[in-house]
Design a binder for this molecule. Structure first.
Ligand code: NAI
Length: 326
C-alpha cells in the first residue's frame, strides 16, 4: 500500500515512521491539508490519511476516486469533516481511530480548567517579569463544586474519574446514558442550570451544532466556567463572546473553535488573524484557548499511528474493517 499523509507535522512523521517499522508500507508526507486544490497530490496512492482540519467533501472525494485512492484513513476520532456517506457511495471506505488515549483529552480539559480557575497564565507572565504580586489572582476550589459532563463516552468517563479525584459532584447528560457510579444523569437544561463547570465531551453531529447558544448560555450560572475540548461548532462562538462580555458566565477554556480550520495548527504570529471573534476571545482575561492539542501526548500519537496503519492493513488484506465509519 502507498499512503499519502496530508497535513503532516514533524511529530506525525516521527510516530508514523516508528509505527511503520511493523507494517512496511510506503508512506509519503505532505505539509498540505487535504482540500479540493491538493487532492491531486494523492495521485498514484492507495490510501490517504487526512487530519481533522482537512475538509473531505464531495469534490475532494471525487478527485481521490479519479486518482485511484481506495481508502480514506483518518488519524482522528472525530469524522465530522468527512462526507463519509458520499465516500461510501463511491465504495471508498472511511476508517478512523476511535480511541487512542481518552486520558490525553480528559487531562487536557482539566489542565485548561485549572489554568483558568487558578489564573495560571497571568501568574506565569507576572513571575517571568519578576512581578510577585498576588492581586487579582484569587481563584476558587474545584473541591465541592458541581461539574456537568456532556457526553459520557470514553473521554467523558476519563474526565469523570478526574473530577471525582478533585472531590467534585458530577452531573451528566448523554442521550444514551449508562449507569456510572457516583454520577447523576440529568436532562441538559438541569445540567446547565446546576453546574459550576460545564465540560463538553460529545461528538459534533448534524443535530447538536451550537448546542451551547444564546438560549442555553442564559441557563448557566453567572459564576460558571465552560470547557470545550470536543468540537468548536458545539458552541456558538459569538454568543459565547457576548455572554462573557456581559458577565453571564465567568470564564471559558477552549481547545477547539468553530472556525479553527486554516488557523489552528499554523503559525500566524507574523500576520495576525482575520477572525475578529477569535481575536476578541483570545484577548479576554477570563478565556484560555489552545490550538486543538488535547490529543497531543506521546501515548496518543503512538496509538494513533499504530491504529491508522492497522486499519489500512485490514483493508489491504481484505479483512473486515474494525474501525469503519458508518
Ligand atoms: P465516544 O464516542 O466514546 O463518546 C461520545 C459520547 O457522546 C457518547 O456516549 C454519545 O452517546 C454522546 N453523545 C452523542 N451526542 C450527544 C449529545 N448531543 N449530547 C450529549 N452527549 C452526546 O467519543 P470520545 O472518544 O469520548 O470523544 C468525544 C469527542 O471528543 C470526539 O467526538 C471528538 O469530537 C472529541 N475529541 C477531541 C480531541 C482533541 O484533541 N481535543 C481528540 C479526540 C476527540
Amino acid at each position: 500500500m502507498k499512503i499519502m499523509l496530508f497535513d503532516a507535522k514533524p511529530y506525525d512523521r516521527l510516530y508514523f515512521e516508528e509505527a511503520n517499522k511493523d507494517f512496511g508500507f510506503e508512506i509519503s508526507y505532505t505539509d498540505s491539508t487535504l482540500s479540493e486544490h491538493t487532492a491531486i497530490l494523492a495521485s498514484g496512492y492507495d490510501a490517504v490519511c487526512p487530519f481533522v482540519d482537512c475538509t473531505v467533501d464531495k469534490k475532494v472525494i471525487d478527485t481521490l476516486k479519479n486518482e485511484g485512492v481506495k481508502i480514506i484513513a483518518l488519524r482522528s476520532a472525530g469524522y465530522n469533516n468527512v462526507d463519509y456517506h458520499y465516500a461510501e457511495s463511491l465504495s471508498i471506505p472511511v476508517v478512523r481511530v476511535p480511541a487512542y488515549s481518552p486520558h490525553a483529552v480528559a487531562e487536557h480539559s482539566f489542565a485548561l480548567l485549572l489554568a483558568i480557575v487558578r489564573k495560571l497564565t497571568h501568574a506565569y507572565v507576572r513571575t517571568r517579569e519578576f512581578n510577585f504580586s498576588l492581586n487579582g489572582l484569587v481563584g476558587f476550589d474545584l473541591n465541592g463544586k458541581t461539574i456537568g459532563i456532556i457526553g459520557t463516552g470514553k473521554i467523558g468517563k476519563a474526565a469523570i474519574s478526574i473530577a471525582k479525584g478533585f472531590g467534585m459532584k458530577v452531573l451528566a447528560y448523554d442521550p444514551f446514558p449508562s449507569a456510572i457510579k457516583g454520577v447523576e444523569f440529568t436532562d441538559l437544561d438541569t445540567l446547565l442550570q446546576q453546574s459550576d463547570i460545564v465540560s463538553l465531551y460529545c461528538p459534533l453531529t448534524n443535530d447538536n451544532k451550537h448546542m451551547i447558544n444564546r438560549g442555553t448560555l442564559k441557563m448557566m450560572k453567572p459564576s460558571a466556567v465552560i470547557v470545550n475540548t470536543s468540537r468548536g461548532a458545539l458552541i456558538d462562538s459569538e454568543a459565547l463572546l457576548d455572554a462573557l462580555k456581559e458577565k453571564k458566565i465567568r470564564a471559558a477554556a477552549l481547545d477547539v473553535y468553530e472556525e479553527e480550520t486554516g488557523i489552528f495548527y499554523t503559525d500566524q504570529s507574523d500576520t495576525g488573524i482575520e477572525d475578529d471573534t477569535l481575536a476578541r476571545l483570545i484577548s479576554m482575561p477570563n478565556v484560555i484557548i489552545t490550538s486543538h492539542q488535547g490529543y497531543l501526548t506521546e501515548e496518543a500519537l503512538r496509538a494513533i499511528s499504530q491504529t491508522t496503519l492497522s486499519n489500512i492493513r485490514e483493508f489491504a488484506e481484505g479483512r473486515e474493517l474494525t474501525n469503519l465509519v458508518k
